[in-house]
Design a protein around this ligand. Structure first.
Ligand code: PMT
Length: 396
């Protein structure tokens, strides 16, 4: 999968810089052509000659070298790259990239390239867990940058233990392979994704809703678009920005979501329904604010339509992927919903755990398909999970 691919490896200044040599070796073994960019600090840990010898290519170390050898500048490298990998990535390069700072070869190259980017952070655990670093990582993830999470274990400082060790070079190279093999594999497919909560108004200011942030559905939409699919994302109210390259249809209520899903369903090859549709809506609502002195405190509810069950009944050749938000008996309820809604695949998540499910960046799910296949996945970012779900859909 890496045969003939142009990979730019950015190496930044941390003790794990020496492990980048192994990454170069593994990439080359798989047939890639690797060009290395080193920051000034990286050169304090490893000499550029190491990478030049291993990659058999010139190593970029400066933005403005004296010789004319830099005809191939950061822009040209940006164009030729099929993949950019930054490993190890310090808090500094993550911060610069997240905030658009371009003051050396690597940071300018990262802004200049349109190739997919994988970042493998490595740093002291206090730095890695610092809210500023986490916010920068989050920002980049939202923009579609891939991360290979650091490992937990002994760190460089004697006696220090925590999360911040560079992921294993083998794992980083496998992630690079996976990413490139997924590029374009959904070209020609039309994917419809629903995300977020619905919001069912009671009056002009009050409503019934739930805690869905939309992160799961937006991650699926982003991943499908990056893999070449034509994506329509129908979402209830969230703070998230629609992923680039998707058609975005904002909705508020379950009834609106149903209408938009039915309008778009017939032309879809795949429907992924991760929205947390509110099951009940107030029977009566008013556009005025109900005065608290006057309010009859009973809000009578009526059932919303089950959108997924409705499209399941007329699914045709469309691959239907549903989610199940459960707090107990995951397997039993997952199976039941898979069958009742006539789905091809169901993603079952335990929403009683606040580290996963509603609102969090991570999720831990069980995938169940209509042939009886069950796969329990470990906890992972919603971005990674989105690709796992789509891999499974492509096999179906
Ligand atoms: O948005 P996040 O903060 O990232 O959180 C992600 C999530 C927890 C919302 C997501 O992972 C998830 O579980 N989504 C489904 C939530 C849900 O409504 O589950 P359910 O078990 O009630 O519904 C089962 C399926 O039927 C879902 O695919 C749902 O979209 C669909 N449904 C439900 C009710 C209804 N009236 N119409 C529907 O189409």
């Amino acid at each position: 999968m890496l045969e003939g691919k142009e990979i730019i490896l950015g190496v930044t200044g941390g003790i794990a810089a020496y492990k980048a040599a192994e990454i170069v070796r593994l990439l080359i073994k798989k047939g890639a052509n690797v060009s290395v960019v080193m920051t000034a600090n990286a050169q304090k840990f490893v000499h550029p000659q190491t990478f030049q010898t291993l990659s058999r290519n010139r190593v970029a170390t400066e933005m403005f070298p004296e010789q004319a050898e830099m005809e191939e500048n950061h822009i040209a490298w940006g164009v030729k790259a099929n993949l950019a990998l930054v490993a190890p990535a310090t808090a500094n390069i993550i911060g610069k990239y997240a905030n658009g700072i371009a003051d050396d070869f690597l940071s300018t190259f990262l802004l200049a390239t349109r190739a997919p980017i994988i970042i493998a952070p490595a740093m002291n655990h206090n730095m890695y867990l610092h809210p500023v670093v986490q916010a920068n990582i989050e920002k980049l993830k939202e923009r579609g940058v891939y991360f290979v999470e650091p490992e937990t274990g002994e760190l460089a400082m004697e006696g220090e233990h925590g999360t911040g060790r560079l992921a294993d070079p083998q794992t980083i190279v496998e992630e690079a392979e996976k990413l490139l093999s997924r590029r374009g594999d959904m070209a020609g497919k039309k994917v419809l994704v629903t995300a977020g909560p619905t919001l069912e108004p009671i009056d002009a200011v009050r409503h019934i809703s739930n805690r869905s942030s939309g992160k799961m559905g937006f991650a699926v939409a982003r991943a499908a678009a990056e893999r070449g699919a034509a994506v329509t994302l129908i979402s209830g109210p969230t703070w998230l920005k629609p992923p680039p390259g998707t058609e975005f249809i904002p909705v508020t209520t379950a009834l609106e979501m149903r209408e938009r899903v039915l309008e778009n369903f017939d032309s879809a090859d795949i429907l992924v329904k991760s929205a947390a549709v509110v099951d009940f809506r107030p029977r009566q609502k008013t556009n005025k604010k109900i005065k608290k002195e006057k309010a009859d405190l009973t809000v009578e509810l009526e059932r919303n339509p089950d959108i997924l069950a409705e499209v399941g009944a007329r699914k045709g050749s469309c691959i239907l992927v549903g989610f199940a938000a459960e707090t107990s008996d995951l397997t039993e309820y997952g199976k039941k919903k898979l069958k009742e809604k006539n789905l091809d695949l169901i993603v079952v998540n335990d929403i009683s755990n606040s580290d996963i499910g509603f609102g969090s960046d991570d999720n831990m799910v069980m995938l169940m398909d209509r042939e009886g296949g069950v796969e329990e996945l470990p906890k992972m970012s919603k971005n990674n999970l989105a690709d796992h779900i789509l891999d499974r859909v492509m096999k179906l």
